[in-house]
Design a protein. Structure first.
Length: 164
C-alpha cells in the first residue's frame, strides 16, 4: 500500500511542480523547446476538459471530477479492487484527477503545457497523462482481470445448484 501512496504523491507533485514552473517561467501562450521538433512546453489555460469539452463550465467539471475521485478512492480503500493492475489504474486516475481538480478549484482553469510539434493534438499536462494511462489500465483490468480476481459472483457449493 505504501508504494501506491508514494507513486500517487510523486505524480501529484510532478504535475503541480511542472505547472508551477510553467506559470512562473512562461507567459500565456509562450513556448519553450523540450524535445525540438517533437514536443514543446507551451503555457495554456484550459477552462474545459479534454479537447476543451465543456469549456467555461469549470464548476461542472470540478463536481464530476470530485465524484469520480470519491468513487475510485472508495474502491481502493475498501479493497473492492484487489488486483494490482486495477489498483495502479486507480492510483493513476486519482493522481491525474486530483492534479487537475486542484487547478480548477484554485485557479478556475487547468494549466496545460505539453504541445506536440509534429501533429495537431490538444495541449496537455502530466495529470492528463495519468488519467489516460489510468483509463487504459482500467480497461485492461476490467476486460481481462476483473472476472477472475474481483468479481462478486458467488459460486454455488458443490452439489447445490447455483442461485437464480
Amino acid at each position: 500500500m505504501i508504494g501506491y501512496i508514494a507513486v500517487f504523491l510523486l505524480l501529484l507533485a510532478a504535475d503541480q511542480g511542472l505547472k508551477y514552473w510553467v506559470v512562473r517561467n512562461l507567459d500565456l501562450y509562450e513556448s519553450a523547446p523540450l524535445l525540438p521538433g517533437v514536443v514543446e512546453l507551451k503555457y495554456i489555460q484550459n477552462t474545459g476538459g479534454g479537447w476543451s469539452i465543456l469549456a467555461e463550465h469549470t464548476w461542472l467539471l470540478s463536481l464530476l471530477t470530485a465524484l469520480i475521485l470519491i468513487v475510485v478512492a472508495v474502491l481502493l480503500v475498501r479493497r473492492i479492487v484487489r488486483h494490482p493492475v486495477g489498483r495502479w489504474a486507480g492510483v493513476l486516475l486519482l493522481a491525474g484527477g486530483l492534479g487537475n481538480l486542484v487547478d480548477r478549484l484554485r485557479l478556475g482553469y487547468v494549466v496545460d503545457m505539453f504541445n506536440f510539434q509534429f501533429m495537431n493534438y490538444p495541449v496537455f499536462n502530466i495529470a492528463d497523462i495519468c488519467v489516460v494511462c489510468g483509463m487504459v489500465l482500467a480497461a485492461v483490468y476490467y476486460l481481462f482481470l476483473y472476472e477472475k480476481y474481483d468479481s462478486k459472483q458467488k459460486e454455488a457449493p458443490q452439489g447445490e445448484p447455483p442461485e437464480s
